[in-house]
Ligand binder design. Structure first.
Ligand code: CMP
Length: 140
C-alpha cells in the first residue's frame, strides 16, 4: 500500500487542556509518523480560508471564532493509508458517536470543540498541507 500524507489540527480545546502530547501518542501508536508540526495562533483570515467549504453552514461563525480562540498545532502525518487511518484514530465528528479509544471519544467536548481535524481525502490533504507548510518544513 502507498505511503500517504494527511493534514491534522490539534484544536484550541485540546491545546488549552495541554493534550498535545496525549494526542500525539495516539497518532504515533496507530503507526502514523508526525513529519511536520508547528504551534500557531490562526488568524481569522486563515481560519475562514481553511473552512471556506463550510461558509454557508449555520455554525461557520462559531467554528471560526473557536479556531482562533487559542493556539492550535498544525501537523502533517505520514503512513500507509494515512487519510483513512487518521479518520479512524480521530473517531466520529460528534464525540457522542465516536468509537471507544478514539481521540474524540477520549478528549472532545462537543461536535464543535472536537479536539482534532483531519483531511477527508488525499486531494484535500494536499491543499490543506500547502496552506500551512512549505515543502522544506516537511521532513519524512
Ligand atoms: P472538522 O473536521 O474540523 O471540520 C468541520 C468542523 O465543523 C468539524 O470538524 C466540527 O468541529 C465543526 N462542526 C461540524 N458540525 C458542527 C455543528 N453542528 N456545530 C458546530 N460545529 C460543527
Amino acid at each position: 500500500m502507498a505511503i500517504e500524507r494527511t493534514f491534522s489540527i490539534i484544536k484550541p480545546d485540546a491545546t488549552e487542556r495541554n493534550l498535545t502530547g496525549a494526542i500525539n501518542a495516539l497518532i504515533e501508536k496507530a503507526g502514523l509518523r508526525i513529519v511536520a508540526q508547528k504551534r500557531i495562533h490562526m488568524t481569522r483570515k486563515q481560519a475562514e480560508t481553511f473552512y471556506a467549504v463550510h461558509k454557508a453552514r449555520p455554525f461557520f461563525g462559531e467554528l471560526v471564532d473557536f479556531m482562533i480562540s487559542a493556539p492550535v498545532v498544525v501537523q502533517v502525518l505520514e503512513g500507509e493509508n494515512a487519510v483513512l487511518k487518521y479518520r479512524d484514530v480521530m473517531g466520529a465528528t460528534d464525540p457522542s458517536k465516536a468509537a471507544e479509544g478514539t481521540i474524540r471519544k477520549l478528549h472532545a467536548r462537543s461536535i464543535g470543540e472536537n479536539s482534532v481535524h483531519g483531511s477527508d481525502a488525499a486531494e484535500t490533504a494536499a491543499l490543506e498541507i500547502a496552506q500551512f507548510f512549505s515543502g522544506n518544513e516537511i521532513v519524512g
